[in-house]
Design a protein around this ligand. Structure first.
Ligand SMILES: NC(=O)c1ccc[n+]([C@@H]2O[C@H](COP(=O)([O-])OP(=O)(O)OC[C@H]3O[C@@H](n4cnc5c(N)ncnc54)[C@H](OP(=O)(O)O)[C@@H]3O)[C@@H](O)[C@H]2O)c1
Length: 383
């Protein structure tokens, strides 16, 4: 059996930790080449020892220097700063990368892996939202496969295994912690309320995105690029139990769905093993006595959903600007400087004020747009 060699970007995060658990249960099939995080130095180092990585990389160079000094001459090798991490990816023998850094920070190392033709197991949806055209066209040219890890897109990927053309896809959505509330109920929401997700245990940024429904909006754009579908063929349905992970409808009216307990280790394993399936230690679903319910999303209370869909439909640099403004707004909400309802308002203002009509087909254009939208969001939020 040939062993895959894997790099994990965002190894200390929620998806990164679930990936490590899957790898530990299939050690004969997957070996770890490198692990990357931002500044959680000692945690990354311990994980590197546990998974016998060849190298660990921290984008924060001073955090990397501290870890290297504390473990002089001991494997794994420590790499510091984004440039050195990109170099380590370029010279790595790995054939796969788990892209699970949070936010826009995942774009540059993911592109470096695509340039080497490595397969991308993609959790980091912001990479496709900000740079979908560039990422998918470079992947086609280098032969790099992009296999979704986001549970909804993994479900659609599995339902499309027979290669029959879909009429439309239906992304399921838990509704987040504020399902059923009205705008007037959400005026004084605190970060702790918004971080209390009913079904999924995830990192802070994506958890806030699920509370505003921006996450589902980002996933609409992600689905557009992953499956090559026009926006009118991508629907959303609220399903509070998070058991049906998404659905595909075909011309004859048949709907295929993928079901399971909400546990990221399953889509991670699917992406690693595809087209095989490996036994991994996850809870299996029993449907006896379970009720599955569905309802339409409340786009009036949660305007971020329509905002993201509209940015995706407009195209150009709009999705990149939307993503950057949202990252700034979420950070400000989490640090108590922006009200919950103003997250969507701030994103809307950034989209209204800037010129985001340019082409999103080069890394330079995307980096420039990201920086400009972040600056616009920062200045508008202080007004
Ligand atoms: N969690 C889920 O269940 C889930 C499901 C579907 C999709 N996703 C997507 O997967 C991605 C990761 O989500 P998560 O919930 O795992 O996030 P998380 O728990 O917040 O972890 C983020 C990871 O990215 C690293 N990171 C953050 N900023 C970085 C930077 N500037 N440079 C390098 N590394 C950086 C963090 O390192 P430090 O620890 O050093 O800060 C950490 O390892 C997101 O794009 C999210 O939308 C997540």
């Amino acid at each position: 059996m040939r062993q895959q060699r894997l790099i994990i970007l965002g190894a200390t995060g929620s998806v990164g930790e679930s990936t490590a658990q899957v790898v530990e249960s299939v050690r004969d099939r997957v070996g770890i080449d490198g692990l990357v995080a931002h500044r959680s130095g000692e945690r990354l180092w311990d994980l590197g020892r546990r998974l016998e990585a060849s190298w660990v990389g921290l984008t924060d160079a001073s955090a990397a220097a501290a870890v290297a000094a504390a473990h002089l001459g001991v494997r794994p090798r420590v790499v510091g700063g984004m440039d050195a991490i990109v170099e380590a990816i370029r010279s790595s023998p790995a054939d796969r990368v788990m892209a699970a850094m949070s936010g826009f920070s995942g774009l540059v190392p993911t592109l470096a892996a695509i340039e080497r033709g490595m397969d991308i197991l993609l959790a980091n949806k912001e990479t496709l939202v900000a740079a979908g055209e560039l990422v998918t066209s470079r992947a086609r040219q280098t032969g790099s496969r992009i296999i979704p890890v986001d549970s909804e897109h993994s479900a659609i990927f599995q339902c499309l295994a027979a290669a029959q053309p879909p009429l439309r896809v239906i992304l399921t959505c838990s509704g987040g912690p504020f399902r059923g509330r009205r705008q007037s109920d959400l005026e004084h929401v605190r970060p702790a309320d918004a971080l209390n997700h009913p079904t999924w245990n995830m990192g802070r940024k994506i958890t806030i995105d699920t509370a505003t429904l921006m996450n589902k909006g980002l996933e609409i754009i992600e689905a557009h690029w992953l499956f090559g579908l026009d926006y009118e063929r991508i629907g959303v349905i609220v399903h509070p139990e998070s058991i049906v992970h998404s659905m595909v409808e075909f011309e004859d009216g048949a709907i295929m769905a993928q079901l399971g307990e909400p546990d990221m280790r399953v889509p991670i394993e699917v992406a690693m093993a595809w087209p095989e399936r490996w036994a991994v230690p996850v809870p299996h679903l029993s449907l006896v006595g379970r009720s599955l319910t569905f309802e339409a999303p409340d786009e009036k209370t949660f305007p971020a959903l329509a905002l993201a869909r509209s940015a995706g439909e407009t195209g150009g640099l709009y999705p990149c600007a939307l993503n950057a403004a949202n990252e700034v707004a979420v950070e400000q909400f989490l640090s108590g400087r922006l009200a919950f309802l103003n997250i969507a308002t701030l994103v809307q203002s950034v989209l209204n004020t800037g010129d985001w009509g340019g082409r999103a087909d080069s890394l330079d254009a995307i980096l420039e747009c990201d920086a400009r939208a972040r600056a616009a969001a920062a200045s508008l939020s202080t007004v």
